[in-house]
Write a protein that binds this ligand. Sequence first.
Ligand SMILES: *Cc1c(COP(=O)(O)O)cnc(C)c1O
Length: 482
Amino acid sequence: MANIKFFGGETIPLEMHKVRIVQKLNLPPVELRLEAIKEAGNNTFLLTNRDIFLDMLTDSGVNAMSDLQLSAMMRADDSYAGSMTFDRLKSKISKVFGAKCFLPAHQGRACENILAQAFVKPGNVVPMNYHFTTTKTHITHMGGRVVELLHDDAIEPTSTNPFKGNFDLDKLRAVIAKEGRENIPFIRLEAGTNLIGGQPFSLENAIAVSKIAKEHDILTVLDASLWQDNLYFVKTREARCMDMTPLEITRELASHMDIIYFSARKLGFARGGGICSNNEEICQRLKEFVTMYEGFLTYGGMSVREMEAMAVGLEETMDEDVISQGPQFIEFMCNELEKRGVPVVTPAGGLGCHVNAMSFVDHIGQREYPAGALAAAIYIASGIRGMERGTMSEQRNEDGSEPLSEMELVRLAMPRRVFTLSQVSYAVDRISWLHEHRRLIGGLRFVEEPKTLRFFFGKLEAIGGWQEKLAEQFRKDFGDSL
Ligand SMILES: *Cc1c(COP(=O)(O)O)cnc(C)c1O
């Protein structure tokens, strides 16, 4: 992937791949979109794919595979134990992460389950740059607690800090001093920090964290699920990495970690996941959990086809042309939106473009779910599905009160190699149209609110019938156009 300069001076991301399998898309007219979002209770999780034009809900398990991945899947060697497929995957892991031992698991959270079961005891504290939903759930399930150690400015929506995912090292030292090393089973570093907008840590920061951990004899655990984007960012933003190959950078980072785990739904354009390490004692300890929860040690709940795809995908992740596609498309989308006055999280991260609903619809109070309302409005205006990441995604407290989220974002994920630049331009156009008419957007209120995971299954209604007015305005401005 290359950012190519046009004769006119403009720079655009140029796809370094061609598309040879296509899937037909459907863009329903605005009247049908209006109906579909009402039917879904204004919850984008409840829309059906048939009614969606561009699905920007997530980057998990929806990235396009390459010809080499698909052909590797055909030669997969199927057997319960000792398949050649597993050998191929294991040697790829050893090449990429320099790890001797690899324990397969069916996806990222399965690795988190194993690590939490093996290491976390009631009352323990796990320091990390920032939590991910499934990570936190597994740690708290075992009676542990998560402490987040980002710098204070990392959750500012707009910033020029190239490494918002960095640990604040002073906070890390303070936590170790306060909690005591016996109470800290491991320190977790999350690459491409998911919930703050796919923001990276620097290689230098990760090494500094591992040094502090070693001084105190504490294990370091890298969640490499979003390493692909983080890798691109250190390669392009961090002076010491610019002359290194992606493989050299990955090996350097890995050499400082005790344990690495990942979801291959993201890393490696495949499915599945796994844990690797060079510490024989740790591997022995984790092995029994793999056989207990996942499957035999040579498949861990994955099909051989998934493992073949992962092995090739990991190799392709060491190619700068491949890993730059996501971040460059996201940067393009964020820049174009910013030019049109639409508030987005900056600097552009991995994973997707994050629209700042707190400012986009600043007339909607947090108790009326600005990010949820904006996600519904984006769907009406474009047929594009994004994900609410704000107060709707929070769970009520025991006493029924509602915690307000620190940020109100709509995440528009960019599945890798799936969309074209004209589709991204379409998204930019419809969202900036919506921004022009943002005063037409109103709040939402729950009509069905489940006790847990309300953002998955809850249904809401528009306060004051604003959706019809928005659809009417769309017709007025776009005529017969979809
Ligand atoms: C997606 C993700 C996970 C969980 O992986 P699954 O395969 O969805 O279980 C863990 N950590 C991070 C940072 C992720 O983005």
